[in-house]
Design a binder for this molecule. Structure first.
Ligand SMILES: [Zn+2]
Length: 85
């Protein structure tokens, strides 16, 4: 009985985390390089979308093959158009 209660609690916490992430992982924004509105993904979401690690995303940013912008809170957003290219 005690074990079942514990399992329920963990599930609820996982859902909460997921909801927070799915609402937060992308936003519409202006990409200066595209010169257009674009879907901007967080670093984590961009890595997941491209099926690579976050380090690989950083390398592509450094190589200027990805467009990015930095939000006021310091988070980096990746342009989905450049990620698909
Ligand atoms: Zn772009």
């Amino acid at each position: 009985m005690k074990m079942r209660k514990r399992t329920t609690k963990v599930t609820v916490e996982t859902e909460r985390t997921f909801i927070f992430r799915s609402r937060d992982y992308k936003q519409s924004g202006w990409c200066a390089v595209c010169g257009a509105e674009a879907e901007m993904l967080t670093l984590e979401a961009a890595a997941r979308t491209a099926s690579v690690g976050e380090l690989a995303i950083w390398r592509r940013i450094e190589a200027r093959s990805l467009h990015f912008s930095e939000a006021a809170d310091g988070r980096v957003f990746i342009c989905l158009n450049s990620l698909r290219r």
